[in-house]
Every structure is written in C-alpha cells, then in structure tokens.
Design a binder for this molecule. Structure first.
Ligand SMILES: Cc1cc2nc3c(=O)[nH]c(=O)nc-3n(C[C@H](O)[C@H](O)[C@H](O)COP(=O)(O)OP(=O)(O)OC[C@H]3O[C@@H](n4cnc5c(N)ncnc54)[C@H](O)[C@@H]3O)c2cc1C
Length: 625
C-alpha cells in the first residue's frame, strides 16, 4: 500500500478548516489543507464580524487554547465595541467588524508560514477507507492523497443550492461551485445526512447612501483586543457603522412579494436559523412591529461594499432593491450583490464522538457548518477541537474533550453530539448552565494550560499568561491582608461613590465586594495608584465581587461531575437495561452517549431513564470489579 502522503488532511479552508489545519501542524503532524480555492481561505461569506454574546466567549477560548481566530481579528478589525457592559461580567462580549479581505490575507500568511503545513488547491470528491478506517481523500481531478486522519470542514458546500426568488442553482455559496460527490461518499461510510439552510443579506454601495439620514455608530476608542496576548494603545482611525430602520413601505413590499420568496414559496426544504431570521420571517412572525433595526456595516478600509445587517432574504433581485430603497438614507441605493439563501447537506453530529470523530469510521473527523452549526466562531471552535483530536489520533494520544463547565466550546460540542439540531445551531449564553464560570475575560485561566500541554501555546504567550495568573493571586492576597481604616479621606471617597462610610476597619477585600467600589478605589484608599493592569484589575474585581455565586456554581459542577465520570461501555446493549422506557432506549441506542451525564441531556431521555441506566452500570461494575 502507498505510504501516507500526510498524517492529517483537512478538507476545506473555511473557519473550521484553518483552525484544524493549524492545530494539527502545530502539534507536529505533517498536514495538508486541501481546499477548492486557496485564495479564499477564511472567507466571511456573511457578516464580516467576529464576536457578540457567547460568540466572543468562543473566540477568546479559541485564543486561549492556541487557535488563530482572536489574533487574526485583532490584525484586521475596522470597528470594535464591548457589548452588554450594563449587565454582569458573564455576558460582556466583544464584537468587531473585520476588513474582510485583510482577514483572509492575514490568515493566508499564517497558513503559508506554518511549518508542517501545506496549503493545496483541490476539490475532494470522495474519502477513501479500508474497513472502518479512513485512509485519505480522492480529488475530483483523480488525484489521491493518503493520510492517517481526515478532517472534513466543507461548510455550506455539500450539494449546495442557492435560492433567490424563483431562481435556484447549484453552488456552495455565491460564485463558488457546490461539492457534489462528497455527500454520497459520507453516506457510503455509514453516515446519515440531512438538509439545512441559511441566508445572507444584500451588499450595497457606500457612495449611494444619504448619510445625513443615518444614525452613526462609532467604534469604541478603548484599547480592546480579542487575543490575550494583545495589549497597548487603541487602534486609530477605525470605521463607523450606521443605523437605519425598515418602514411601513418595506413591510408592504415584502408582504406583497412573499409568494416570490424562495423561503415562503416552499422551494426550500432545509430549516433556517431561528436566531438569525430572514427579513421575510421578521415581517411574518412580528406583524405588529412597525419597524426593525438595520445596521449598515463597512466590509473594509478600501471596500465600498456595505453589509445590510438584518435583511437576509431570498427574494428576487428587483424586489430586494425596492425593499432597500424603502429605508431612510437608502432611497438611491445601488445594490452591489443581492442577498440569497443557500440550502445544503449536513451530518447530524449525534453521529460523532465527543472528540468529533465519526462513530462509524475511525480517523474521520467533522467540524464546522457540516455538523449543523452556523457562525464563524462555532466553526472555528470545532475546527480547533477536531484538528487537535486528529493529531491525537495520529499520535495515539487521549482525545481532548472539553467539559461544559470548562468552556462554551464544551457546551457546543456536547449539545451537538447529544441533540440533533432542527435548525442551524448558534451559540447563545443561555445554552451554558455555568455561565458565571465561563466569562470571556477568564478564558485564558480556563484553557491556556490545556493548550500548553498540547503544544499549542508558545513560550511568550505562556509566560505572559503565568505572569497574569500570578498577579491575580498576588492582588487577591493583598486585598485579603490589607485593612482599611475609617478616615475622613476614605469616607469622603466612599460617599462620592454613593457607598456608605466606614465605621470600623474592614479588609480591603470586603470593601471591594460592595457594588459601588472598584479595585482602583480600594487602591487609592490604601494610598496607592492602580496596582495592576486594567485586565488583572477587572478579573480580581469579578472574582471577589461574585465569589459567592462562583462558589455555588463550582459546587453544582462538582455534583454534575459525578454523572460525567460514570462512563458507559462503548458497545452497551440498551435492550439489556431493564426498566428503560422505549423512547429512552431508542434515543440512547441511536446516540450512544459516552457518559451518564451526556445520556441525561439527550432529548427524550428522562431522569428516571438516567437513574435506571446508572443502577445498571453499577451492577455491571460490581459483577466485573
Ligand atoms: C449564504 C450564507 C449565509 C450565512 N449566514 C449566516 C448567518 O446568518 N449567521 C451565521 O452565523 N453564519 C452564517 N453563515 C455561516 C458562516 O459563513 C459559516 O457558519 C462559517 O463560514 C462556516 O465555516 P466552515 O469552516 O464550516 O465552512 P465554510 O466557511 O463554508 O468553508 C468551507 C470551505 O470548504 C471548502 N470546500 C467545500 N467543499 C470542498 C471540497 N469538496 N473539497 C475541497 N474544499 C471544499 C470551501 O471552498 C470552503 O473554503 C452563512 C454562510 C453563507 C454561505
């Protein structure tokens, strides 16, 4: 047999593919990233933004674990803001707009300079296998490449169909061909495929806007960065966004033409993203809402294209133009690219292990939109995990499985492998039960050690991380050891903050627990300037102020870990588990969870089923000590 050409082959150079390829190469595997068009790696076919609630958390986790997304958005953002600052720190979220082309160029540079990694152009038509093991890929050109492991990250391309009004044609996304043979190849390996759909908005010419009618939304001027390694002065000359709204006329145009919308005329079989609804959906589902907000976001420093956020649709081109022109500031707008919907095959991820390896076929990993998700961050997170586990597979190491209590990435994978999505899965803060532990600010404290052990975190980043972690501990100790005495100065400061004055000495830590008091205030009451960087100060404040809540969540985690530690043998025959309800047995047999904890999260499996299963496993263990 031909010797392997590569240890890991990654198919597809989108957000999942680039992270997978970089991770595998950084972990020392000879890796190929095989993608249809190497000039289009990390393309943002939809909104060119990274972050927002829950998505920022994922982007920071990717960064902490040694992935590239955070660094790349920092190299290329044109606009950035910190969202949700009026709420608790668990839901603070960075959101940045990228220069779309710069984002791609920068990612391309990283890929091309990565040792062990070869970026190649090619369309994969099939996977090759021996028995139940993947052995490589076969390109549409007839070229074959052998490998020990394959990661498939083909996004919306599998049997992709673009819909625009009554027009429908085969494509992976606008201007790019669909991937036609690969779905059958995946089926022949024992995987079941289903259909989903997503959509994108029209792009318009910036020079055709009437700015005097638009509300400006400037970028933040604070030094904000996604990557933990980045600090320093804020970037200058960032670009603004603008805000407009739909009108009664917009509604009338859409309602009059609903029968022409591919979505509403019933031409699309796949379900679309509920959390990112099309404009047709908004009009139909909220008939009494007089107006919907629309953001106009610039696609780059040199681009004239504006992304019209909030207007995803599958209407005919002429209707799209009329709809856009019905909004303030857009009466004379020139549409540069129409919006469209794309329908594609995906692989319900209940057929994957927690490592993202396909259950029926060894060495085959799937990541990104192919697993039923939507969004760059969700794709990149899975790509990173799949790339790590493909490398672990090659090295015969333990797969990396991240717990729900450790990261949003853990929540993401666990949800995907446990529940079959009825619509494209998007991460939301509400999906995480241990939100207070999973802040965007502490992603490094949660994951950098993990990334370091895998060889993904370089010395500089690791030293910076250790320094930050040690400083946080030192500052907490300082707060716990320092007494603050009532004095005129201290009490004046407290009254100025709207807090009650001191009657007796208290530990600095106690004072910091008060909602009105910040770390910098405590420092000045002790006659010091801010003792640590703003990043450390924020983390210390959060840990002290929310200590009680954090402790309670940790206790919940400890309780849930008992179920997570109870492993279910791979080949367990659920028919032998007496007392299981039929639905529970069917679901468990189908999804084959790896732990009792995971079993309990499967839709259709009740707490009674879980307890029956748990007793059964204990009996097996007692019989085979
Ligand atoms: C029209 C549209 C609308 C979208 N709307 C939203 C939205 O509303 N909200 C949201 O969060 N996200 C949206 N997205 C999704 C977002 O773009 C994806 O979630 C994200 O890009 C998925 O990343 P990925 O790496 O899985 O796949 P992609 O970024 O799609 O990358 C797939 C890559 O695989 C390559 N490829 C495919 N088949 C083959 C093959 N056979 N051989 C070699 N290479 C192959 C492609 O060339 C491409 O480089 C939308 C995407 C599209 C196209």
């Amino acid at each position: 047999m031909k010797k392997a050409d590569f240890e890991v082959i990654v198919v597809g150079g989108g957000h999942a593919g680039v992270e997978a390829a970089l991770a595998a190469a950084r972990m020392g595997c000879q890796t190929a990233l095989l993608t249809m068009d190497p000039d289009k790696v990390a393309l943002m076919p939809c909104n060119c933004s990274i972050g927002g609630p829950a998505k920022a958390h994922i982007a920071r986790e990717i960064d902490a674990l040694g992935g590239e997304m955070g660094r790349n958005i920092d190299r290329s953002y044109t606009h950035i803001r910190l969202l949700n600052t009026s709420k608790g720190p668990a839901v603070w979220a960075l959101r940045a707009q990228a220069d779309k082309q710069l984002y791609q160029r920068e990612m391309s540079k990283v890929l091309l300079s990565q040792p062990n990694l070869t970026l190649m152009g090619g369309k994969v038509g099939a996977l090759s296998s021996t028995g139940r093991r993947v052995t490589g890929v076969v390109c549409a050109s007839g070229d074959t490449y052998k490998s020990l492991s394959v990661v498939v990250t083909t996004g919306t391309f599998l049997s992709g169909l673009i819909h625009m009004g009554e027009t429908c044609y085969s494509a992976g996304r606008a201007g790019e061909p669909a991937s036609l043979g690969l779905s059958d190849s995946l089926r022949s390996l024992g995987l079941e495929l289903q259909r989903l759909k997503t959509g994108t908005v029209p792009r318009i010419d910036k020079d055709s806007l009437s700015f005097e009618e638009l509300e400006v939304q400037p970028s933040s001027t604070d030094p904000l960065w996604f990557s933990f390694g980045n600090e320093g002065a804020p970037r200058q000359g960032l670009l603004p966004c603008w805000v407009t709204r739909t009108t009664e006329e917009t509604r009338a145009i859409i309602e009059r033409n609903l029968h022409l919308s591919a979505l509403y005329a019933g031409r699309i079989d796949g379900a679309g993203p509920r959390y990112c609804p099309s404009i047709e959906d908004k009009m139909v589902k909220f008939p009494d809402k007089p107006s919907h907000i629309v953001f106009l976001e610039q696609e780059g420093w040199t681009s004239r294209e504006i992304y019209v956020q909030g207007t995803s649709n599958s209407l005919p081109v002429g209707i799209q133009t009329a709809m856009l022109r019905s909004m303030p500031g857009m009466q004379n707008v020139k549409m540069l690219r129409p919006g469209y919907a794309v329908e594609y095959d995906f692989v319900p991820a209940t057929q994957l292990r927690p490592s993202l390896e396909a259950k029926p076929i060894e060495g085959l990993f799937l990541a990104g939109q192919i697993n039923g998700t939507s969004g760059y961050e969700e794709a990149a997170a899975q790509g990173l995990i799949a790339g790590i586990n493909a490398a672990q597979h090659v090295h015969r190491g333990e797969p990396l499985v991240i717990a729900r209590s450790e990261a949003y990435m853990g929540v993401l994978v666990d949800d995907l492998i446990t529940k079959c999505p009825l619509e494209p899965y998007r991460m939301l803060t509400a999906r995480a039960e241990f939100r207070l532990l999973l802040r965007q600010d502490n992603a490094d404290l949660r994951l950098t050690e993990v990334g370091r052990k895998l060889g993904l975190v370089d010395n500089d980043s690791y030293n910076r991380f250790c320094n930050k972690r040690d400083t946080i501990e030192r500052e907490k100790e300082w707060l716990s050891n320092n007494l603050i005495h009532p004095s005129v100065g201290v009490n004046q400061l407290l009254l100025g903050l709207g807090a009650a004055p001191l009657r007796e000495a208290v530990r600095a830590e106690e004072l910091l627990r008060r909602p009105e008091v910040a770390f910098i205030d405590v420092c000045s009451m002790c006659g010091e300037s801010l003792r640590a960087s703003p990043e450390v100060a924020r983390e210390v404040e959060t840990q002290i102020k929310f200590e009680g809540y954090i402790r309670r969540q940790r206790e919940q985690v400890a309780r849930s870990e008992r179920a997570e530690c109870q492993l279910i043998p791979d080949g367990l025959d659920y028919c032998t588990v007496r007392g299981l309800r039929k639905e529970g047995r069917d679901k468990l047999s189908l999804i084959r969870p790896s732990t009792v904890g995971q079993a309990g999260r499967i839709t259709g499996v009740t707490p009674a089923d879980v307890s029956v299963l748990s007793i059964h496993l204990k009996k097996i263990k007692m019989a085979n000590p």
